[in-house]
Every structure is written in structure tokens, then in C-alpha cells.
Design a binder for this molecule. Structure first.
Ligand SMILES: [Zn+2]
Length: 353
């Protein structure tokens, strides 16, 4: 893995990038967040280089900007917040608005599935925007001097290739990168003079921009219930009117909904687990559930437009548990006598195997 010096340098440069590099839109933040997510999904766990396609980045951009392309104020349907400080709206937002308009829906799942051609052409547009702007300019400052520490930009390629050690750093620092980007992003949108008319002092802009993007999960209940024989995943009590859909790997650790990450719980367990990882035995139980029912879940989830990629969900879970061991985090148990305890370090060799 990269040396401590290398990792420290990475953080310093990310800080520089957020503070000093030039930008006229929110793309820079989206690109950093998207890259962190994709580095995790790639499963890189050492010094290796890591290639990320513009197409993958475009899918992440759509997820990030989808809710943000909805009207901000319910008083005015054209109150979509401006994400560019130059004239006009950021073109990624325009591409998404165009998709929402043509697909006649504000629902991302529906837009993704009902018209494959339209979806693909939107991906293509956004991929090309990412290549022309943020990917190209991310690492340069006002002085136009390029400081390419993440990747070497090449307009002819369909991918960006993260330099050795960079993907690893993204996976280890994804949480602070995400938090910082959200903060800078929110500030940028707030300061934009075109947006001022919508803001009162108490508006929680960050909440609007980043926390409502959770899809409605109710539809997943019927898909997941059979795989759990109608019982709470954690305490085995029979689920009746108290069913809740839980992110097995908490949303706060990995903020993208992937179908295999969902399980059903009762209110009590879900409420008590909050943002913790479940104890080790549930990790194994979850892997087994996906082995057994993963395919069925995938087939059914496809019809309602949820992202499904079992391999990807498992890579993300492995990353999350590995980080937890490295940080000696607490894990959650449904037993009231335990509730929280340190994670078992013996899990690590298993994860690496
Ligand atoms: Zn329970």
C-alpha cells in the first residue's frame, strides 16, 4: 500500500485542489466524489493504477445532480438552482432537465429504465462534458499550471487512469472527501447570485442538495421479504406493519443505493443500528443471502429501475468492513446486552482471502 508520506501528500493536495484550483461550476466537487465512489467499487486495495471510464463518471454525475435538477422552491417551477457562475446553467443540469422532460418523470429509476436510448444519449452527453471540462481542468489553478497528481489527462482516451496509489487513497479518505466536497459545493451554490432569491436564513441547503437523493425504498419490500422468510434480518421477529428498508452498509459510509445492499428490518433494529456496521455474523449472513437470492433480487429489481450489481455491492461491503477493522470501529448488535462493541480484528484475514 502507499506509504504514510504518500497518503499525507495526497490529502494536502486534495486540500489545495479544493481551496485553490479554479472553477466556475460545481463539477469539480462532483468529479472528486464520483472518483472516490468508483475507486471503492473497483476494489483496489493496494498501489495499483485504476482506470475509470467517462461513462461510469457520467452515471455518478446523474445520481449526484438528479435531485439538484428539481425546482428548489415549490413556488416556482423554474427555480432550479444555478450550478455555474458564468452565464447560463451548467450543461450537466441541462442534460438532466432534458432527460426529465423527455422521459416525463422526476423519478430516476423510471428514467433509467423506460427509454434505454434516451438514457444512453444522456450518459454520452454528460460523459463528453466531463471530459471537456472538469476532467481536463480539475488539477490546474488560476495560473493555468497543471499539477497532475491524480491522473494524466489525455483528451483522446475514454478513461482516466488514476496513478499508482491514488485509488487506494480515495478509498481510505472517501468520507472526508465527500464531506468536504459537499460543504464547498453547498457554499458555491449559496453564493451564486442567481440563487439568492430562493434563500432565507434558515434554509438547509445542504440537506436539499445531498440528503434527499435517497430513492423511495418502499417498493423493495415485496422483493426482499421472501429472502428473509418474513423476519427481521437482525432479530428474527416476524415483520408486520413495522417493516423498514435498511442499508446494510450504511448510507453515511457509501451514499449510493445498490439493491443488494438492502435488507428488511423492524423499526426497533433499524432505529438502533443507525450508521453503524452490523456485527460480523450478519456480514456473513448477508453474503449468504446474496449467494442464495441475489439473482432473484436482481431480476425483480431491474423491473423497477434500481441499480443492481451484486459484485459491486460485495466489493463495497468488503471495503467498509476492512476500513472498520483498520480503524478499530464499533459494530452494532441487536442484543440489548451488547449493542455496540469493537469489531473483531480476526475478520481481516478472511476479508483479504
Ligand atoms: Zn429486529
Amino acid at each position: 500500500m502507499p506509504t504514510a508520506d504518500f497518503q499525507l501528500n495526497f490529502l494536502k493536495r486534495i486540500q489545495w485542489l479544493l481551496e485553490s484550483s479554479s472553477y466556475t461550476s460545481t463539477y469539480k466537487f462532483a468529479l472528486l466524489m464520483a472518483t472516490a465512489n468508483l475507486a471503492i467499487e473497483s476494489g483496489v486495495n493496494d498501489d495499483r493504477e485504476c482506470s475509470i471510464s467517462y461513462q461510469q463518471l457520467a452515471e455518478q454525475f446523474i445520481q449526484l445532480y438528479w435531485i439538484q435538477a428539481l425546482p428548489f422552491s415549490d413556488q416556482s417551477s423554474d427555480s432550479v438552482l444555478r450550478q455555474s457562475s458564468t452565464t447560463g446553467q451548467a450543461s450537466v443540469i441541462n442534460s438532466i432537465l432534458n432527460l426529465q422532460h423527455k422521459a416525463k418523470t422526476n423519478n430516476l429509476s423510471i428514467a433509467r429504465t423506460q427509454n434505454a436510448k434516451l438514457w444512453q444519449s444522456t450518459i454520452k452527453d454528460i460523459a463528453s462534458t466531463i471530459k471537456r471540462y472538469p476532467a481536463r481542468y480539475l488539477q490546474s489553478a488560476e495560473d493555468k499550471v497543471c499539477r497532475e497528481f491524480l491522473y494524466t489527462y489525455n483528451a483522446k482516451e475514454k478513461v482516466i487512469t488514476l496513478k499508482p496509489g491514488i485509488a487506494y487513497c480515495f478509498t481510505r479518505f472517501s468520507k472526508i472527501i465527500n464531506k468536504l466536497c459537499q460543504q464547498y459545493w453547498t457554499e458555491f451554490v449559496r453564493k451564486n447570485r442567481h440563487n439568492q432569491i430562493y434563500f432565507s436564513d434558515d434554509v438547509d441547503l445542504q440537506q436539499f442538495l445531498f440528503h434527499q437523493s435517497r430513492q423511495s425504498l418502499k417498493v423493495l419490500e415485496s422483493i426482499l421479504i421472501d429472502a428473509q422468510q418474513g423476519q427481521c434480518f437482525y432479530c428474527h421477529k416476524v415483520l408486520k406493519n413495522n417493516i423498514e428498508v435498511d442499508h446494510f452498509i450504511p448510507w453515511s459510509k457509501y451514499p449510493v443505493d445498490t439493491t443488494h445492499n438492502f435488507i428488511l428490518t423492524d423499526h426497533k433494529c433499524n432505529n438502533s443500528k443507525r450508521d453503524y456496521l452490523a456485527e460480523e455474523l450478519f456480514y456473513e449472513k448477508w453474503l449468504k443471502r446474496n449467494q442464495q437470492y441475489g439473482h432473484t433480487i436482481e431480476q425483480e429489481a431491474k423491473t423497477i429501475g434500481f441499480i443492481t450489481n451484486q459484485q459491486r455491492s460485495e466489493t463495497i461491503s468488503q471495503w467498509a468492513y476492512q476500513i472498520a477493522v483498520e480503524h478499530e470501529d464499533l459494530v452494532w448488535s441487536p442484543k440489548l446486552s451488547i449493542k455496540l462493541r469493537p469489531i473483531n480484528p480476526g475478520l481481516l484475514p478472511k476479508l483479504r482471502a
